[in-house]
Design a protein around this ligand. Structure first.
Ligand code: GH3
Ligand code: MG
Ligand code: MG
Ligand code: MG
Length: 309
């Protein structure tokens, strides 16, 4: 969507936005549900513990959180969400019966983005929810523009630069290796020359999607478009033997797409992959990618359409 139109609020469709309501009293959930249902997708949890599970499963866009609950309080639930990387960006609005400034301050301190007093006025609730969903949407769009490759929809080089180093440090600390694959399409210049750039671009999308959907099995694995027709895959907590298996699966899946490439030695489109572990490298991203690049070079000179580790 062009910049101008997504900034214009009335054009943003929020009807698929997911809101999680957390309250130990079903009657409170019901009241909020009847104010918001129809405009958004509304989910409910009756405890902080249940909310933490549901947040991971459902990835809501906004959470409406009761403060006082038996077991994990709303404040503790919010603190936990803010500490976990996958859930830390989800906005939390507290709903509370207290009117003490100190307790209100606790809501902000625990990571809440706003605060609504009980009894909840339905109009106030709807306006606040809409305003925060809009902000969340705009923030998500900006993050996408910053970290996602426009053509293929996978992460870009900037994302890799910021995240690989974290995985390298984690691997050193835990002594559990993170492995890195450098993937390069074989004879891609000839592909473009014969089939055209538009077809070449479509193939880049297809290869990226195949690596992502057929190649990567763990939530923590991720793929990055590293350059024109090169991709990097990060496999946290994966040793070299495991990474070789993943690389081999990816290589086969791409070959199985059976994309015609008459100027390739294989008659179909193929990829070559270099594999390295990061524990064996000095502690920086450059060294790790260079090591994978050396292996990739071996795969290329020894015939292409293969994995070298
Ligand atoms: P090799 O098997 O040695 O990797 O040969 P190659 O032709 O794939 O390698 P080379 O690095 O010489 O060429 C990469 C080519 O990839 C250059 C360009 O034609 C193509 N390419 C790079 N980025 C894009 C892109 O965004 N879209 C399209 N369609 N083609 C691209
Ligand atoms: Mg309560
Ligand atoms: Mg290349
Ligand atoms: Mg190539």
């Amino acid at each position: 969507m062009p910049l101008k139109s997504w900034l214009r609020s009335k054009e943003i469709d929020l009807s698929h936005a997911k809101i999680l309501v957390v309250d130990d009293q079903p009657v409170n959930i019901q009241a909020i549900y009847s104010s918001l249902n129809g405009s958004y997708v509304v989910l409910a949890a009756t405890s902080g513990e249940e909310a933490l599970d549901l947040v991971v499963k459902e990835n809501p866009d906004l959470i409406l959180m009761d403060v006082v609950m038996p077991g994990l309080s709303g404040l503790d639930t919010c603190r936990t969400l803010k500490l976990q990387e996958e859930t830390s960006e989800i906005p939390v609005i507290f709903i509370t019966g207290s009117d003490s400034p100190e307790e209100e301050n606790d809501c902000w301190d625990s990571g809440g983005i706003d605060f609504i007093s009980k009894p909840v006025n339905p109009m106030t609730l709807r306006n606040r929810v809409k305003s925060h969903l809009m902000l969340k949407y705009q923030k998500d769009m900006l993050l996408k523009m910053v970290y996602v490759d426009g053509l293929t929809g996978v992460f870009n080089r900037r994302y890799l630069d910021e995240h690989l180093i974290k995985h390298i440090h984690l691997a050193k600390r835990t002594q559990r290796d993170t492995s890195v694959l450098l993937i390069d399409i074989d004879f891609f210049k000839q592909f473009n020359d014969r089939y055209g750039h538009v077809e070449g671009d479509a193939i880049l999308k297809k290869v990226a999607a195949t690596i992502q959907n057929e190649g990567l099995k763990r939530m923590s694995d991720f793929i990055v478009r590293y350059g024109g027709e090169e991709f990097v895959v990060i496999l946290p907590e994966t040793d070299l033997a495991g990474a070789e298996q993943v690389a081999e699966r990816i290589r086969q899946e791409v070959q199985l797409l059976s994309i015609e490439h008459l100027d390739s030695n294989f008659n179909v489109l193929t990829i070559s992959i270099g594999v390295t572990g990061c524990l064996s490298q000095d502690m920086d991203s450059r060294a790790v990618v260079d090591a994978a690049d050396k292996k990739l070079y071996q795969a290329k000179i020894s015939g292409r359409n293969r994995v070298c580790a």
